[in-house]
Design a protein around this ligand. Sequence first.
Ligand SMILES: [Cu+2]
Length: 162
Amino acid sequence: MSRTRILSAIIVAMFAAAACGGTAATSAPTAAPQSQAPASEAPASAPAASAPAASESAAASAPASAAAAPCAASDTAGAVSVKIANFAFDPATVKAKVGDTITWTNSDSTGHTATIKGNEAACTTAILASGKSGGISFSAAGTYDFFCKIHPQMTGKTEVTS
Ligand SMILES: [Cu+2]
């Protein structure tokens, strides 16, 4: 009998908590004044489990997208070559296959890079001194704009097909 009363008390408490947005049970005294300000957030945060889940997936997607960069610096001798001369890429449009490394060779006396727009950190050559080469490999099909970090007006694109 007392068990039934405890159960019904719990049920009543749950209803009360649900009516207050779910967090009221633990924070009723302090939440009462605050609940007016974030009132619009209360429905969203009521299923408390969704908040950590969302932040976990956000955290997980950050490293995942870094790992999923479709390109990477590569020292492998490239299947495709691009010359850098007179502050321009030659050819400016480069065709390659997934898995290929494109190698840029600097014929200018000035240093240049070849850097993939949008993946500047993962997908760039070093600053290539005169006569030096650097490569980037591609692991996914797509069109990738590239440029020189030192002279951003130098641009080109790679068309990578599978
Ligand atoms: Cu340059």
